[in-house]
Design a protein around this ligand. Sequence first.
Ligand code: NAD
Length: 497
Amino acid sequence: MIRTYQHWINGREHGGTTGEPHTRHSPAHGEVLARFAAGTAADVDAAVTVARRVFEDASTWATLPGSRKAALLNAWAALIERDVTRLAEIEAEEVGKPIRYARGEIEWSVELLRYAASLAWQLEGRAMTQLGDDKLGLVTREPRGVVGIVVPWNYPMVTLFQKLPYALAAGCTVVIKPSELTSGTALEVTVLAKEAGIPDGVINVVTGLGETVGEALSTHPGVDMLSFTGSTRVGKRIARNAADSLKRVSLELGGKSANIVFADADIDSALDGALFGVVLNQGEECISPARLLVEKPIAETFVKQLVERARKVAVGMPLDEKSDVGAMIHEAHMERVLELIASGSKEGARLELGGSRVTTAGLDRGFFVPVTIFSGVDPAMRIFREEIFGPVLAVTTFETVEEAIQLANDTSYGLANGLWTKDVDKALKVSRRLRSGTVFVNTYFESAPQMPFGGYKESGLGRENGLEGLLEFTEVKSTLLKLGTRDAALPLATSVT
Ligand code: NAD
C-alpha cells in the first residue's frame, strides 16, 4: 500500500499550496512507497505563524510546568514504543536500512525522548546574592522561541529526536522539515504527539525539498533558531542565511572518523568494532569510522582477519531480518560511492574486498553496495579525505602513538574517533589529543542520552543530548532586583528621594 501524507500544521493535516506530491520509490526494489506534499514558502509561513502564535500564548506550552511537559512527553514516548514495529518498517523501507537496525533506531529515539522529558523538570537558574545587600540577581533560562528543525535521511528518527524533545522540554514550539526522501516517520510520530495530548501547533511539519522548504525556514524572520543536521555544505549555507537575522543555529554536520587499533588491543573486539563501523546503516552514518588506523606490526594479520569476517556480512532487503547491509539511499548516491571506490583503486590503494555494485538476483533492482575494504591507503587519497557515506573502509598503518594521533586529526572534520588498547594511560592521553566531539575507547557507537554529542571543526556547532542539548534551546536572562524602595534612588539628576 502506498502511504500518502500531507503537511501537519496546527494539529491537523494541511493540504499545502501545490498539488504535485513528492514520490518516494524504494531504494531496494524501485516500487513506490510513499507520497509527500511538496511544500512551498507559503506552507512554511503558515506553519511558522502557528508556531509563533502558540509560543506567544505562553500558557499553552512555553510556561507549562516542567512536570506537566514531562508527563506529556512520556505519554508520547509510550505511544511511539507501542508502535515500534510499524514505525520501524516505514523507516527501513524509506531509508533502505535493515529492519533490525530500524527497530533499534526507534527504540533509541524513545530513550532520548524519555531522557529529555526528565530534563523538563530541572531547567534551573542561579541566584546572585553577592551584589550588595540591596540587590538580588537572577539568572534564568528561557525558551529560544520558534525553532526550525531540518534533518537528513540517514537516521530520520534519531536525528529528529536529538533535537525535538529537548526543544520541547525547554518550552519552544517547532516547525520540522524532514528529508524529502524519508518524511514518513516524522509525520507519523507527530500524529502520535497529538494522541498523547501535546497541544496543537506545538509541533508542525512541512515536507518538501531543501531548496524550497529548508531555505524558507532558514530565512524566515519568525524563526528564532534553526537546528540542522546534514551535510557540511548545506550547514554552511544555513549559517550564512541565518546571519542576516542573527538567527541562532546549531549544526550537526559531516564526519570522517577514525578507529585507531594499537597492537596491545583486544584484537577480537577491535575486529568487531572496525567491521561494525562500516556495516551499521550501510556506512551512511555521520560517525562511521571509515578510516581504520592499525599499528604496523599487527596490520597484515588484522586486515586478513577483518576481510574473513567481512565476507560473512549479509547484503539484503531492508525488511529481511537476516540482512546486515541494506540499500544505498538513491541511485545518484550509490554512483558517488562507486566513483569514490574507483578513485581508491586509481590512486593506488589495494582493494581487499568488495568494490562493485551487488547485482545478484533479487537485489538487482536496488542500489546495493557490498562491504568494501582498501588497505595501503595514503592520507592524500580521496578515500582517506572525503566523506564516502557508504560501507567502505580505508586502512592505513602507523608506527608511533604520535603518528596515530596526527593521522586521526588529519581531516577538516571532528565528529568522533575510536581507539582500541588495553593500556588505560595511553587511552586517556590519546583521547585528550583527538580533535573530535566524541571519543570511543574499546567500543564504538555505544552511547547514552546523558552524554552530549556534536562536532569540532567542520563537523558542527553546538551540542545535542545531555544537559548541553537542552541548554542549546534556551536563552539566558539576567534579572536584577533592587530591594527596598526607600533607598533605591536611581542616579538621575531629576530623581526624587
Ligand atoms: P543534506 O545536507 O543534503 O540534507 C539535509 C537536510 O537539509 C535535508 O532535509 C535537505 O532537504 C535539507 N536541505 C538541503 N538544502 C537545503 C537548503 N539550501 N536549506 C535548508 N535545508 C536544505 O544531507 P543528507 O544528504 O540528507 O544527509 C547526509 C549528511 O548528513 C552527511 O554529510 C552526514 O554526515 C550528515 N549527518 C550528520 C549527523 C550528525 O549528527 N553530525 C547525523 C546524520 C547525518
